[in-house]
Design a protein around this ligand. Structure first.
Ligand SMILES: Cc1ncc(COP(=O)(O)O)c(C=O)c1O
Length: 489
């Protein structure tokens, strides 16, 4: 039987053809007259030669090895891997959106500009902000953009060199301190109290005339809502600092409250989390940034505006931090997010948050007797378990995560947040059924029993995936970057 694990080059045989190409309708060019000799290929390109069914089976087999939200539950905490409705794809593929070019004259792309304008307006309402840019291509780029605006604001007030510190709670998303560092600030970590929220006394100790601002992830990476936001707001604003809201976890609060109402000055959103657009290996994403009106002059240019019923790009903002992304952001992603927002409507988005929170609390309560729950209080859209009990029995969290793969689940985020030992961060999202949540809970409970009764089964997992356990040290230290047939697959 043919092994669909073979590379396409291994099943190649001379003369096999998968598709007939039409005769070239381009005039012959004598390359020797155009390019230096050493740049001209002397032998034919080595391309695989396979039949159409072979081609079909090869790529179908490869796609079946891939795991995504379309073929299974993906409880990856902090990533909001929810189902992406297919209507988003239909709309993004409409020729009027898919076949336009960023250099087209404004009068020929009014529909695209209108969509971006309307999306900005919707996101302003959802976040409680006065002005917004769609340019940043990821959450982390949004953070950097917001911080550079913060810097520009302090500079304009003559405090650019003195306000050098960004306060970041230890329960923040990991990109927060990184973005602050890359934006040229000194990062001051604020510890959490025992209940998992920001230690206000410590915050008061750390603020001063050198505070540029506070970056708050809310709900934080423990899945807990920071209740003392008004007190934090007073402390930071009281010393002239600004409040930055990491709004990537908006899935928990949409339609309930807004960062603007909490007193925040800058917020970024992750459209590829809360607004059901695909996550793609670090991109393309979209991390729009909203600001209160006093920061609007610093937003990236060009801004999309509506004047006398027409939509246009306006780059006439002398205080702007400039462009942060080519053209206007990831337009295709923005079309998908706009479609999602308009299909859901305000009530639908509120329901998303209610269900996301309900699902997380349900799953947490089912698992609590078998693992250690990081914090006892009601959680928002995600929660953190600790595998400390299982580690004491000789099976660390990473092995339980690998065992989950045998049952067809993507593993939760593990060893993050760093403040919980043996962390397992689970985000079920609102798009899963009760049956899926129960089946996942049953599986994790079974794994907890295996840890007690047959630990080797877990320690040697996964048993049923195309690639078994790899030697992670060798994989990092002895990189093999070129295909070598002699190496065992
Ligand atoms: C809370 C939070 N902030 C920031 C980010 C960074 O977003 P991105 O991965 O798009 O850079 C994430 C990503 O998951 C996140 O969950």
């Amino acid at each position: 039987m043919t092994d669909y694990n073979d590379l396409i080059f291994e099943i190649s045989r001379p003369g096999r053809i998968a598709a007939d190409l039409p005769k070239s309708d381009v005039a012959f060019v004598d390359l020797a007259r155009k390019f230096p000799n050493h740049l001209i290929r002397k032998t034919a390109a080595e391309l695989p030669e396979v039949s159409e069914p072979q081609l079909m089976r090869h790529y179908t087999a490869l796609s079946n090895k891939n795991f995504g939200v379309d073929n299974g539950f993906y409880p990856l905490g902090s990533c909001t891997m929810k189902y992406n409705p297919k209507i988003n794809e239909d709309v993004a593929r409409l020729p009027g959106f898919a076949n336009i070019h960023p250099f087209q004259p404004a009068q020929t792309v009014q529909g695209a500009f209108e969509l971006m304008y309307e999306l900005q307006e919707d996101l302003k309402t959802i976040s409680g902000m006065d002005a917004l840019t769609l340019q940043p291509a990821a959450g982390a780029q949004g953070e950097w953009t917001g911080l550079i605006m913060m810097k520009a604001y302090h500079q304009a007030n003559g405090e650019g060199t003195t306000r050098t510190k960004i306060l970041v709670p230890d329960s923040a998303h990991g990109t927060n301190p990184s973005s602050a560092f890359i934006a040229g600030f000194d990062v001051v970590e604020i510890p959490s109290t025992k209940d998992g929220t920001v230690d206000l006394e410590e915050l008061k100790e750390q603020v001063g005339s050198d505070t540029a601002g506070l970056m708050l992830t809310n709900p934080n990476t423990l899945g807990l809502f920071e209740k003392e936001i008004l007190a934090m707001s007073e402390i930071i604003h009281g010393v002239g600092g600004l409040l930055y809201y990491d709004g990537a976890n908006l899935n928990a609060i949409m339609g309930k409250t807004t960062p603007g109402a909490m007193g925040f000055d800058i917020v970024h959103l992750n459209l590829h989390k809360s607004f059901s657009t695909p996550h793609g290996g670090g991109g393309p994403g979209s991390g729009p940034v909203g600001v209160k009106s006093f920061l609007a002059p610093y937003l990236p240019i060009p801004q999309i505006e509506k004047q006398e019923g027409r939509f246009m790009l306006n780059a006439n903002y002398p205080l702007s931090i400039g462009r942060v992304k080519g053209y206007y952001g990831n337009f295709g992603v923005n079309v998908r997010a706009y479609t999602y927002i308009r299909t859901m409507g305000p009530d639908g988005l509120r329901q998303v948050s209610e269900s996301a929170v309900l699902h997380a609390n349900y799953l947490r309560d089912r698992l609590a007797p078998y693992f250690t729950v990081s914090h006892a209080q009601f959680c928002k859209h995600e929660f953190v378990l600790s595998g400390i009990k299982q580690k004491k029995l000789g099976v660390p969290t990473k092995d339980m995560a690998k065992r989950l793969l045998d049952f067809g689940y993507y593993a939760p985020t593990v060893y993050f947040p760093l403040i919980v030992e043996e962390a397992m961060m689970i985000e079920p999202t609102e798009t899963e059924t009760k049956e899926t949540l129960d089946a996942f809970a049953d599986t994790l409970i079974q794994i907890a029993k295996e840890v007690e009764e047959t630990p080797e089964l877990v320690l040697e997992a996964p048993h049923h995936t195309p690639v078994k356990r790899i030697d992670e040290v060798q994989a990092a230290r002895k990189l093999v970057l070129v295909y070598d047939k002699s190496i065992e697959k």
